[in-house]
Design a protein around this ligand. Structure first.
Ligand code: NAP
Length: 352
């Protein structure tokens, strides 16, 4: 699929943590960008995008669009051959109604954007920000399925709206995408399935769980300790580049796991401590699983979540994305270190 590079690229949720890097790279590469946001007048949420556009070779235009409003993306999509659909809430704590807060925007929003692609005749390719959580639900799934690592062939079959609702929202949205694309032949569909994304943020106004996770490792929130849990990490700059490569690589196809490496939370702490020293309220230890299980409800997690995720290995085969898109990954230490440094520079984190 050949995409005309002189046509604008639509990025939905353009002010988000990952999308901001996609927009910045596109503009720097000389592409015109149509970015949708919920509130273009909110300078706290869009100022960094306007700054990225200054002095870049591309032109940025902001459009207002809500995932739940039918037809909201049509205007922004006009004239675009490439659509990069990133908008979807990434929140896992403090949910009151997961269906309404997570699943509806993810699933109905994806349908809304793809229905617009069916109407807007210029569209040739849609790249969806999916997730590793559409290939698995809980780390235990890997052992249950007797796998050494998850690949693009696997699907999350264990998440529901009550157990791992964010994971459920992502697999349900991705499935909707693969269903809709089958019914036509004008545009094709590619997914980028990132692991947990870390790395410097261009915005301090995002609600992404990526940003709160790094903060909680150093601000005393987890001072007692961390569970023995493995996390599949990818750098935000690599995840952003993956979307752009998927958009413009003629031969690209299918799903793409974007994971640099799996590390434990304790390894993350040790990596950060080695670079930034003892002046932070780091977790003291790895908390034994029975204690984590007992205390889970107090920390806002279910005991089932702890049972099925703490102490289980979690691995991903990242060979396809390297072959299909030519993507290379930054080392995890650089990703975490650059993220932490950005938080210090922006005053989001302070030494104790
Ligand atoms: P983020 O910074 O919170 O970005 C989410 C974006 O979605 C924001 O632009 C947000 O707009 C928008 N959004 C949420 N609800 C919306 C609605 N009802 N209508 C319109 N826009 C809405 O989070 P992120 O980490 O960059 O996540 C971006 C995408 O990557 C999501 O699809 C997420 O599932 C996926 N992903 C993230 C990770 C990760 O580790 N961060 C890993 C894998 C996949 P507002 O600013 O107005 O809220």
């Amino acid at each position: 699929m050949q995409i005309d590079k002189t046509k604008p690229v639509l990025v939905t949720g353009g002010n988000g943590y990952i999308a901001s890097w996609i927009v910045k790279y596109l503009l720097a590469d000389g592409h015109d960008v149509h970015a949708t946001v919920r509130d273009p007048a909110n300078s706290a949420k869009t100022g960094h995008l306007l700054k990225a556009a200054e002095g870049s070779r591309g032109k940025l235009t902001l459009f207002k669009a809500d995932l739940l409003k039918d037809g909201a993306f049509d205007a922004a999509m006009q004239g675009c051959e490439l659509v990069i659909h990133t908008a979807s809430p990434f929140v896992i704590k403090g949910l009151k109604d997961a269906q309404k807060e997570l699943v509806d925007p993810a699933v109905m929003g994806t349908k809304n954007v793809l229905d617009a692609a069916n109407r807007v005749q210029s569209v040739k390719r849609v790249v969806l920000t999916a997730s590793v959580v559409s290939v698995y639900g809980d780390a235990q799934d890997m052992s249950d399925q007797k796998l050494k690592a998850f690949t693009e062939a696997h699907w999350n079959t264990t998440s529901t709206v009550t157990h791992q609702p964010y994971n459920y929202s992502k697999v349900a949205a991705e499935k909707v995408g693969w269903e809709i694309v089958k019914k036509q032949s004008r545009w094709d569909f590619i997914t980028i399935n990132p692991g947990l994304v870390f790395g410097p943020s261009l915005t301090t106004a995002s609600d992404s769980t990526s940003l709160s996770t790094i903060k909680e490792l150093a601000n005393g929130h987890l001072a007692t300790g961390v569970p023995n849990m493995e996390i599949a990490i990818v750098d935000v700059r690599d995840a952003a580049r993956a979307h752009i490569l998927a958009g413009f690589t003629l031969t690209a196809s299918g799903r793409h796991l974007a994971v640099s490496q799996s590390v434990t939370m304790w390894q993350m702490v040790q990596t950060l401590k080695a670079r930034f020293g003892n002046g932070y309220r780091w977790p003291m230890m790895v908390v034994p699983k029975p204690v984590v299980w007992l205390m889970a409800p107090v920390a806002g997690y279910s005991r089932k979540f702890v049972s099925r995720n703490a102490g289980w290995p979690l691995k991903f085969d990242n060979s396809y994305i390297q072959k299909d898109l030519g993507l290379t990954f930054r080392p995890v230490a650089e990703t975490l270190g650059d993220h932490f440094q950005q938080m210090l520079d922006d005053g989001v984190l302070k030494p104790r």
